[in-house]
Design a protein around this ligand. Structure first.
Ligand SMILES: [Zn+2]
Length: 182
């Protein structure tokens, strides 16, 4: 069975302690986006038919673009703050569905734009997780000890919470977000 995405209408919103993203009716024949870090409002074209499947597909692309804009405005700066003296090469925001983030042996960090659905403490957990991979590429005992240092001894607990969150969100967004690992 094909996954069914949630319907986007004027009541659709994403609200976390990092982001308030809302849709609303507009007066112009085109969409008007008001965007600032942490805040996004999309006034939809006047007279738009929200029941049209084509419109829903377009709204989904508008939503993904908005989440990407917010992720780019918020995540690199947050990563830089958490990194302290740790050095990474580049951070890239991607529409990844299979994981929240990844870190290459060259020090490139990729982050899923779907992280913007998560509360700040889980976002920070993922950022710390990827930063720890700069020091330890695997998920062995040393990795968890280092991640514990960055998270006040809560690494395993936060990992469990992130997995649970991914499971819940994947139900909400019909398998469009990572269910598990970082
Ligand atoms: Zn990892």
């Amino acid at each position: 069975m094909l996954p069914v995405r949630p319907r986007i209408d004027y009541d659709f919103r994403i609200e976390t302690d990092l982001l308030l993203l809302t849709f609303g009716p507009g007066r112009l024949p085109r969409a008007v986006v008001s965007s600032a870090p942490g805040r996004e409002h999309i006034a939809l074209p006047a007279g738009i038919d929200l029941d049209s499947e084509t419109v829903q597909q377009w709204l989904w692309r508008v939503l993904v673009a908005a989440l990407r804009r917010q992720a780019e405005a918020i995540l690199p700066e947050r990563l830089s703050c958490l990194a302290g003296t740790l050095r990474y090469h580049r951070v890239t925001i991607k529409d990844i569905h299979t994981r929240w983030g990844s870190c290459s042996s060259l020090g490139n960090i990729n982050l899923s734009l779907w992280l913007m659905l998560a509360p700040s403490h889980l976002v920070d957990y993922v950022l710390c997780h990827e930063l720890t991979h700069l020091r330890e590429m695997n998920h062995g005992p040393r990795f968890w000890a280092l991640l514990d240092e960055m998270t006040g001894g809560r690494a395993r607990q936060l990992e469990r919470e992130m997995r649970h969150f991914g499971h819940e969100k994947s139900l909400f967004l019909s398998c469009k977000v990572p269910k598990g690992g970082v």
